[in-house]
Design a protein around this ligand. Sequence first.
Ligand code: ATP
Length: 363
Amino acid sequence: MTDEGFNRIMDFLAPGKPLRKGIDRIIEANLGALIFLASKPEQYLENGIIQLGFNLNSDFLPEKVYELAKMDGAIVLNSEANKILFANVQLNPDKNIASSQTGMRHRTAEKISNQTDDLTIAVSKRRNSVSVFYKKKKHELLPEGIIFERLNQEITIAQRYKQSFFNQIEYLNNEESRKTVSLSDVAEILSKGLLTIKITQGVDKYLSELGEISGSVKLEYEEILRSIPKFVGAIIMDYHIEDLKYQKSEDSIEIFKDIKLDDLVNLYTISRMLGYEVSSDDELEERNIVPRGYRILYSTKLPPVAVKNVVENFKNLPNLMEASFEDLTNVTGIGKRRAEIILGALNRKKKENDFEEKEVNKQ
Ligand SMILES: Nc1ncnc2c1ncn2[C@@H]1O[C@H](COP(=O)(O)OP(=O)(O)OP(=O)(O)O)[C@@H](O)[C@H]1O
C-alpha cells in the first residue's frame, strides 16, 4: 500500500473513527457489509454502477450503518464518509473487470474500487475480517488487539537492538582511546544501529493504523528515531573512507538507503558501503581505522559548518586530541567560547581514556 493510499484509509478507518466504530459493531454482531465511498454518486446512478435501494442522504452515525448492514446489498457513503447516501443498493461493476477475490461481496468490492478509483470495504460475515480496496490494492484491517501485539513485539526487538548498539558504543569509545578500532568493530556497531532504525521505522504502519490510541509506544518510537540516527550518522562520518560532505550527521545514513534488511547483518556489505574492499574476516579484523572526530564534535552541539571546519583542519581525532586553545581559535568559525566547548569535550574524553587505561593496567 502506498503511503498516500494507506493514509487515506486511515483517515476513515483508524480505531475510534466513526466509520471504524460502525464496522466494529457490524463485526461484533456477526454481520457482513459492503460499503462504497462514492466520489461521484450521481454519475454512478446514471451509468448503473449504483442501482437503488433506498435514498437516505442522512448524516453518518456508527449505529445507523450498523442497522443498515442488517439489510441485503451495499451501503453507499459520500467520499468523506460523513453522509450515508443510499442503502440496500445493488452494485454493478463492469463485467470485464477481473477480480482475484472469492465470494460475491469481495469480488464486487474489488471491481468497484478498481473501476471508480474510490474506496470500498468488504466486511466478511464468515471470515470475521475487513478488506479495504483502494488504488488497486487490498488492505486487511486487523483487530486492535492483534495490531497492539505486533507493535509491542516489534518495538521490543528495536529496544533490544538499541541497547546492544549503546553497549557497542561504549566498546567503541574504549577502542578509540586505545587507537585500536578495527573495520569489523565499526561495521558491527553500524549494523546494530541501522537495524534499530529500520525495525523502528517498520512499526510506523501499526502506529498509523492505531492512530491516537497507540499510546506510549509512539513515544518510544519517536525517541529512538530522534536519537539513534544522529549517533549512527556520526559514526559513518567518522569512518567512511572519504570525508563525506553531509552537514548534519544523520543525513549520511542516506548511503545505506538501498541496503536490504538481510544485508544489514553482513559486515562485508557494510564495510563495502563505507568504501573498504575486504574479502576475509582477518582483513576485517585487522584493518585499523581512525575516526575523523565528527562524533565528539557533534556531541558539543556546535553548528555543522563549524564542525566541518574543525575536521578539515585537524583531519583526525588523534590530532584533534592534541589541539590547544590557540590551535582551535585559529580555525574559521571557532571563537573563544566554541574553543572552550570543544576543549571541554576533549578533556572529558581524555579523562575517560585515563580511567580506561588504569582499569586495563589493574587487570
Ligand atoms: N453486487 C452486489 N451488490 C450489492 N451487494 C452485494 C453484491 N454482491 C454481494 N453483495 C452482498 O454480499 C452478501 C454476501 O455475498 P457472498 O456470500 O457471495 O459474499 P462473500 O464475499 O462470500 O461474503 P462473506 O465473506 O461475508 O460471506 C450478499 O448477501 C449481498 O448482501
